[in-house]
Ligand binder design. Structure first.
Ligand code: PBG
Length: 323
């Protein structure tokens, strides 16, 4: 035998020297759930170790996470039912607590990077990402609402807008709105290949945002499709997206890979709530080693080609890296 691959694995130092994929806290984006009020830190039952935070409780938590090297956070609002309506008007209302929280966080930690979610569902009495009329999700009627929401978030100081709604043409529409209002420096990370997935359950529990009727299959992608992800990416890229996201991540590593090979903008992966919940549950039962499992999962996303990774494991994994 002339070629023995095991020689490159014979010691820890050699293994590290030839290691192809690196991952650090700088690659992590931490999703955070916000709630109006004071002194709130409510654990989400289907997503243990994750909480709905009021801003006063969240600030020290962010500080602790930044010390671990996590600099980017994706913020989601848990909105009271009585504030929801068919047009998601609270999403851009003056008194919206989420917008106030963004202002407060950016004031307190100017170096932090804050990302938002743009879609109607947390604010919609229908629980859909777009405007519903006669049971249909209307595309073009949704765009002006997404524009207003994005503009309000930009005015509050958000760094990255994250359209997660999957309406056609929304990236271009939001980009134009931001630009004509002077927010040319606000980035867009589009949920480009977002699939109609079974893995969003715990997130919808966290925000109480599940659709009141029907499903999201007329706007989110069919899990069977890969070429369609390239079409979505072409459109988002042409419309001005700065980064392209694949969501979920774990069942869609091939999609991350194909976008990485074909587009010269950063690719991100959303390791969604259900994917993390599976690991929490198995680890709790002692069926797998939590630290080893999350390390392997996050590494696999980097190896597939993700630059940044949105994950509920962010704090635990950054803590592990420090050890
Ligand atoms: C809302 C949105 C969802 C997620 C992020 N933004 C849920 C959905 O589309 O139903 C899911 C995130 C997760 O499961 O962690 N448009």
């Amino acid at each position: 035998m002339h070629i023995r691959p095991r020689r490159n694995r014979k010691s820890a130092a050699i293994r590290q020297m030839v290691e192809e994929t690196k991952i650090g806290a700088e690659h992590l984006i931490y999703p955070i759930f916000l709630k109006d009020g004071k002194n709130i830190k409510e654990e989400i039952s289907s997503l243990p170790k994750n909480y709905r935070w009021s801003i006063d409780q969240l600030l020290p938590e962010l500080e602790a996470c930044m010390k671990l090297g996590i600099m980017t956070y994706d913020m989601f609002p848990a909105v009271d039912d009585h504030l929801k309506d068919t047009l998601a008007t609270y999403s851009y209302a003056e008194e919206n607590f989420y917008l106030h929280a963004i202002r407060k966080i950016k004031e307190t930690f100017p170096e932090i990077v804050l990302m938002s979610d743009v879609a109607m569902d947390p604010y919609s009495s229908d629980g859909h990402d777009g405007f519903v009329s006669n049971g249909r999700i209307l595309n073009d009627e949704t765009l002006p609402i997404l524009n207003k929401m994005s503009l309000a978030q930009a005015q509050a100081g958000i760094d990255i807008i994250g359209p997660s709604d999957m309406m056609d043409g929304r990236v271009g529409s939001i980009r134009e709105t931001l630009d004509i209002n002077g927010f040319t420096d606000v980035s867009i990370m589009s949920y480009t290949a977002k699939y109609a997935s079974a893995f969003y359950g715990p997130f919808r529990d966290a925000l109480n945002s599940a659709p009141k009727h029907g499903d999201k299959k007329t706007y989110q992608m069919n899990p069977a499709n890969k070429r369609e992800a390239i079409l979505e990416a072409e459109l988002d890229f042409e419309e001005g997206a700065d980064m392209l996201m694949v969501k979920p991540a774990l069942c869609y590593l091939d999609i991350i890979h194909v976008l990485r090979e074909n587009f010269n903008v950063p690719i991100t992966a959303y390791n969604v709530s259900g994917e993390c919940a599976m690991v929490y549950a198995a680890a709790e039962k002692g069926w797998l080693n939590y630290d080893m499992a999350i390390s392997e999962i996050l590494l696999s996303m980097r190896r597939a080609g993700a630059d940044g990774i949105l994950t509920y494991f962010a704090k635990d994994f950054a803590t592990l890296l420090k050890k």
